[in-house]
Design a binder for this molecule. Structure first.
Ligand code: NAD
Length: 288
């Protein structure tokens, strides 16, 4: 089991210790700012958990909760004001934003120096060229997990299902880059017979958002399976939903050599990724 929850707890502990050392010498602590526009339930949950994570490690955090009818102009003005604030190390705008706001304009308005989500074109360009940058939190979390668990990637066939800008695409770039050296195949909604590709994969990274998409017959014995998917499925429990990954976990876990659960796999590592990037930005600003 690739236990992202325990691993993220350990790694967050390291950040917490660093922050305690920063405080001990009287310096200001790292500060993450978040903007949430509207009332989307999942987005609210994500922002709340990011706020709690900051509190846990000792970062300062500020959350700007804006109403759904906020104009694009006032959102851009707020981003501009935060960009200019020397004491803020990271800024994220929780996506999706309401339809009347252009999401690309928003991500491009964030100063790349504090773009801890790594969505800005400059951040993505640097990632592509293997230059130092903020790697977006989910791909970063997956890479960290593979590294920490000592999963060999060199020369392995890695199949990535999904090609989104926030998961599949950066994941494919990172896995093929020097240092990881995997041979990468990217599958997407127009790929015919995804199973033909996954059955030859040593590592499968699934990010499609379709519960149980990856079936046991699509998996090579002994493969490593990373399940990025999170879908809320209606349930009669207290929360009224359960979280489902993209992998038919119960069956696939018997056939593979390693697998991430949902929840408790990639999710906590993603949250760690954001803290890591905020600390990285802080250190750069402080000349550390
Ligand atoms: P997206 O909707 O932007 O992209 C989905 C991708 O899946 C697309 O590239 C599409 O081509 C591909 N796809 C759709 N149907 C397919 C099919 N039948 N066969 C092959 N490919 C298909 O989604 P996203 O933002 O990349 O997120 C994917 C999933 O990961 C979602 O469930 C999301 O909630 C989850 N997610 C989890 C985390 C985390 O921290 N664990 C972070 C980001 C996203």
């Amino acid at each position: 089991m690739l236990d992202g929850k325990s691993l993220a707890l350990k790694l967050r502990g390291n950040i917490k210790e660093e922050v305690e050392a920063i405080k001990a010498i009287g310096n200001r602590v790292p500060h993450l700012a978040a903007i949430l526009v509207g009332e989307d339930g999942a987005s609210k949950t994500y922002v709340n958990s990011k706020e709690r994570d900051c509190e846990y490690v000792g970062f300062e955090s500020s959350v700007h909760r804006l109403s759904a009818d906020t104009s694009e102009e006032s959102l851009l003005n707020l981003i501009e004001a935060i960009n200019k604030d020397e004491n803020i190390d990271g800024l994220i705008v929780q996506l999706p934003v309401p339809k009347h706001i252009n999401a690309t304009k928003v991500t491009e308005a964030i100063d790349p120096e504090i773009d801890v989500d790594g969505f800005h074109t400059i951040s993505v360009g640097k990632l592509t060229k293997n230059e130092d940058t903020f790697i977006s939190a989910t791909p970063f979390g997956v890479i960290m997990m593979l590294e920490e668990y000592g999963i060999e990637t060199r020369g392995k066939h890695c199949v990535i299902i999904g090609r989104s800008n926030i998961v599949g695409r950066p994941m494919s770039i990172l896995m093929s880059q020097g240092g990881r050296d995997a041979t990468v195949t990217v599958c997407h909604r127009y790929t015919e017979n995804v199973g033909n590709f996954t059955r030859t994969a040593d590592i499968v990274i699934v990010a499609v958002g379709i519960p149980d998409f990856l079936k046991v017959e699509m998996v090579k014995p002994g493969a490593v399976i990373v399940d990025v998917g999170i879908t809320r499925v209606d349930s009669d429990n207290a929360k009224r939903y359960v979280l489902k990954g993209d992998v038919d976990f119960e069956k696939v876990k018997e056939k593979c050599s390693a697998i991430t659960p949902v929840p408790g796999g990639v999710g906590p590592m993603t949250r760690y990724g954001l803290l890591f990037n905020t600390l990285k930005s802080y250190k750069k600003k402080q000349g550390l």
